[in-house]
Design a protein. Sequence first.
Length: 176
Amino acid sequence: MGNHSTSHPCTGIFTWSRTNALENYTMEKMEKDILDCNTSIEKNLGVKAEVFAYPCGQTFIGNATQTQSYVPLIAKHFLLGRVWKSEAPNDPNYHNFAQLTGIEMDGQDFEQILPLIEEARNSGKWLVLAGHEMNESGNQTTRLSMLKKLMEYANNPANGIWIAPMGTVAKYIQSR
């Protein structure tokens, strides 16, 4: 189970986020937001959040000369943090667990994801697929048809891939 913050703050460049813009956050305000979410997850689900997905994939707070990264805050409270819409898979031998790359799978067909999977497998990388809702179609939606084909592909040992939650993979990498 992962934390995505209580209030989903994003940059005020997005007009829908202006009333909750990262530019208006302090480190203390961000820490309270994520810790409140952790408390809610534990209270309602009975589990501890070990991973964090940065809202909008953004890792900063403040504005202009007051801008600072809140990646160290995520490193302090979580096993790992994942950004959004990245360009490349993660290297298990050279990584920043507090800022792992996540590649968007929303709106993609399996045939569009397959080359990314094969490239990661062939280079020994860790591909983190990131998405939002799950349904047949829709805005910011991971297609159920893509997930079905992905699971079929992953369940075939001949394809040589392993699918697991990010925290499980991170713990496996740390143990080696």
